[in-house]
Write a protein that binds this ligand. Structure first.
Ligand code: PNS
Length: 160
């Protein structure tokens, strides 16, 4: 398909589910800008710098992926990097209403940018940053849910 796409999120922290969406998006689009944005309804565990460092580490082998953060609207960032597409992962029906709302809002703000959804692999359909943090907090096994550097960062955060 080609073109430049933005893959936005809180990424607090990046999980194997996010990584799967990024990798699959990178096969379809020429360039993917993974961007850490602020979700005003969430209180992040990791700083923006920490989240950026983890995303950079786990995407370093994917040549057409760049990583950035942005304080502002997603559509403004997309405009800034000449992206014509937004990629979001979709896990289950429960994601639909929220995704529909932000997609519609983004279209009202800029109707030249199209949002594309990639269905999550079945093995990650239950996975979210929140559930990973919950398990990590109580010292549960997360090695199959996040890349090794993210596992280390979570253990450091919760268990010092
Ligand atoms: O990983 P998340 O928390 O589901 O990602 C949501 C995110 C960060 C993409 C969304 O909150 C966002 O786009 N924030 C930036 C502000 C913005 O553009 N808001 C308008 C669309 S709701």
């Amino acid at each position: 398909m080609g073109g430049i796409a933005v893959c936005p999120g809180s990424f607090d922290p990046i999980t194997n589910g996010h990584l799967d969406i990024i990798k699959r998006g990178a096969k379809v689009f020429e360039q993917i800008h993974v961007v850490v944005l602020n979700n005003s309804s969430k209180k992040p565990l990791f700083t923006v710098e920490e989240r950026l460092a983890l995303i950079k580490d786990v995407t370093k082998e994917i040549p057409n992926v760049t990583v950035a953060s942005f304080q502002g609207l997603l559509v403004d960032y997309a405009n800034q990097v000449n992206a014509s597409a937004i990629i979001r992962g979709l896990r289950a029906v429960s994601d639909f209403e929220y995704e529909m709302q932000i997609t519609s809002m983004n279209r009202v703000l800029n109707d030249k940018i199209e949002t594309f959804f990639i269905m999550t692999n079945n093995q990650y359909s239950f996975l979210s940053s929140s559930i990973v943090k919950e398990v990590a907090k109580y010292n549960g096994k997360i090695s199959e849910l996040v890349p090794p550097s993210v596992e280390k960062a979570l253990i450091n955060k919760f268990l010092g």
